[in-house]
Ligand binder design. Structure first.
Ligand code: SF4
Length: 218
């Protein structure tokens, strides 16, 4: 195996940016390229959810399981860095411990692919750092106080790696993509600045004018 190249802190991107990228590439670029951040009720609720997980206690033992809060994690291969809300170390019958990351999310128990990718990225970090397999983790939904287990399948791992690659490409290009109006724009904290309806309307007018001058061969 070839040695890993030396990477500076600037070569790494935060794991949570994967979630942003899957939500909307434009939103991710506005955050990471233009440095534009706007809070709304949803983002504040999300921050609050993490504050609850990321409390002063660094580790505890609950029902015989050691749990570490706010563990700094990093994957050199995918150039990702972050902080895991909670990592449980589950003891196996042979005495070894298997890490089990738990990510806190606002709202009720439901499945979002971007949350699963974010959690899987944490697993890939832990695998690289600790040198063992991390087969599953869970999303803890604050509102319903329920966990949803996420198995790290080959498909999810592949999607996570592809998303990490796209994140680095987008940021290296340094160009914010145009808006694409979609249902999730309604809940986006950047909507006022992004103006997806206006820019979508302009694009349609432009396409319409372009169509007027298409020369059709007879
Ligand atoms: S308003 Fe829509 S297009 Fe604009 S950043 Fe948000 S999700 Fe993306």
């Amino acid at each position: 195996m070839s040695p890993q190249p030396f990477l500076s802190d600037d070569d790494y991107q935060p794991i949570r940016a994967l979630n942003d990228l899957l939500f909307c590439e434009r939103r991710c670029a506005m955050h990471r390229i233009e440095n534009v951040w706007v809070e709304n009720a949803s983002t504040l609720e999300g921050t609050h959810a993490h504050q609850r997980a990321d409390r002063a206690v660094q580790w505890e033992v609950v029902a015989g399981v050691r749990a570490v809060h706010g563990l700094m994690i990093r994957c050199q291969r995918l150039r990702l860095v972050g902080k895991a809300d909670v990592v449980e170390f589950r003891r196996q019958t042979d005495g070894s411990e298997v890490p089990y990351p738990v990510e806190y999310k606002r709202g009720r128990r439901r499945k979002w692919d971007n949350d699963d990718v974010q959690l899987c990225a944490q697993a890939l970090c832990l695998e690289e750092m600790l040198g063992g397999a991390v087969p599953a983790g869970a999303i803890f939904h604050i509102k319903s106080k329920r966990r949803r287990e996420v198995p790290f399948t080959p498909q999810l791992r592949q999607k996570t790696e592809k998303t990490a690659k796209r994140l680095h490409e987008l940021l290296a290009e340094g160009v914010t993509p145009p808006p694409v109006l979609k249902a999730r724009c309604r809940g986006c904290s950047l909507k006022e600045l992004c103006m997806p309806e206006l820019l979508e309307q302009r694009r349609r007018i432009h396409d319409y004018h372009g169509g007027l001058f298409v020369v059709r061969e007879t």
